[in-house]
Design a protein around this ligand. Structure first.
Ligand SMILES: *Cc1c(COP(=O)(O)O)cnc(C)c1O
Length: 362
């Protein structure tokens, strides 16, 4: 409220202003990157990053398969072709095995991608020690979609700092919000400069309105950035609360049909969502859990439906972690997984109720 009030007091309501500059600075400092650009959404950030790497009609872009559509819709904005890469069992993030397969295919078919979008799923870092060398070997830049992973680390480094360009989302469902917004971050000052230009309608430096390139209205408002600054101050307590929620679930669902999303020993997630899968050989299904909770007015969700199974992307190439045709890790996670209620405002009492209801069903 303090930062929002400041915006009103100084009459900087509309695009840009002190809060925007400060929010960019403060987030960059937190993540450990040099430059940031606050935007109207995370999706806008991915769009600008693709444009920066020259993605255009007919080009190819590799992207994590198990993710939210916001990761890959911008590939279509640029009339390019997405190629989806399966998950690996260790972190559910992009499989190095599937990525290598995709690169071999691309080399043979002369369809080398202009960029690889690697997602840090459900608040956990992808395994960058394995993924980055593969992308380097083929000399293809990485866009890190850290929309769900602000505050998560891998080998002590913050998510969002592994790609040439990193993106964050501050949509209402993320670990912190600006009511709607996003940011691109990078150590490449030129990249941020170029994206800032495109995000403000590509206005040329002139006394009048001069345009040589297509542009977008993608900047964040000073009010939204004020919310973001306040949210950034409570990010660490929020991560702590989410970690606590997960540890309570884990302690109660020991020796049940549930298996929790594995956590890579090299990193610390931000515990954005607690996600479980149901072990093989049990009768209970994700639908049964979701509808049982719904009857009590409790919301839970299925996992992201893999992009290669979406009608929109059904004809896009897909590379599985496994060798058998039709088998993929993303598909089995989707069919067997549930996102448990994980909101940071979840009270102990409500969480107990959720656990009781699920236990009864199990
Ligand atoms: C939320 C999300 C996005 C999109 O962010 P918006 O701010 O909603 O546009 C992109 N990728 C992933 C993985 C997300 O979870």
């Amino acid at each position: 409220m303090k930062y929002i009030q400041e915006a009103f007091d100084t009459n900087w309501i509309a695009p840009l202003g002190t809060n925007v500059d400060k929010f960019e600075e403060e987030l960059c400092e937190y993540v450990g990157v040099d430059h940031g650009l606050a935007l109207s959404s995370g999706t806008a950030g991915i769009h600008l990053a693709l444009k920066y790497f020259g993605v255009g009609p007919g080009d190819y872009v590799f992207c994590s398969d198990l993710t939210f559509a916001g990761s890959c819709n911008p590939i279509l904005y640029q009339y390019a072709n997405p190629v989806f890469i399966d998950s690996e069992p260790e972190t559910w993030n992009m499989s190095p095995i599937a990525l290598e397969k995709a690169f071999e295919w691309a080399k043979k078919e002369n369809k080398m991608p202009k960029a690889v979008i690697i997602v840090d799923l459900y608040g956990q870092s992808a395994d960058y020690d394995l993924l980055l060398p593969i992308c380097e070997k083929y000399d293809v830049p990485v866009i890190e979609d850290a929309a769900e992973a602000l505050g998560a680390t891998y080998k002590g480094k913050k998510c969002g700092s592994f790609g040439h360009i990193g993106i964050f989302s501050f949509n209402g469902n993320k670990i912190i919000t600006t009511s709607g917004g996003g940011m691109v971050v990078s150590n490449d000052e030129e990249a941020i400069k170029k994206m800032r230009f495109w995000a403000t309608q590509s206005r040329e430096p002139a006394k009048h309105y001069e345009h040589k390139e297509v542009g977008y209205n993608y900047r964040m408002s000073n009010i939204c950035a004020g919310i973001g600054r306040g949210q950034l101050e409570i990010l660490n307590t929020r991560i702590e609360k989410k970690r606590e929620i997960q540890s309570i679930y884990i302690s109660h669902f020991n020796n049940t049909p549930f298996e929790f999303m594995p956590i890579n020993k090299e990193g610390n997630p931000n515990y954005w969502l607690t996600v479980v899968t149901i072990k093989e050989g049990y009768l209970v299904t994700p639908e049964m859990i979701i509808s049982q909770l719904e009857k009590e007015n409790i919301e839970s969700r299925s996992l992201w439906k893999p992009m290669n199974l979406q009608p929109l992307f059904i004809s896009s190439p897909f590379f599985s972690h496994f060798n058998e045709v039709g088998n993929s890790l993303g598909k089995s996670l989707f069919e067997n997984g549930v996102c448990l209620p994980s909101g940071s405002s979840l009270s102990g009492e409500n969480q107990e109720r959720i656990i009781e209801l699920i236990k009864r069903l199990l």
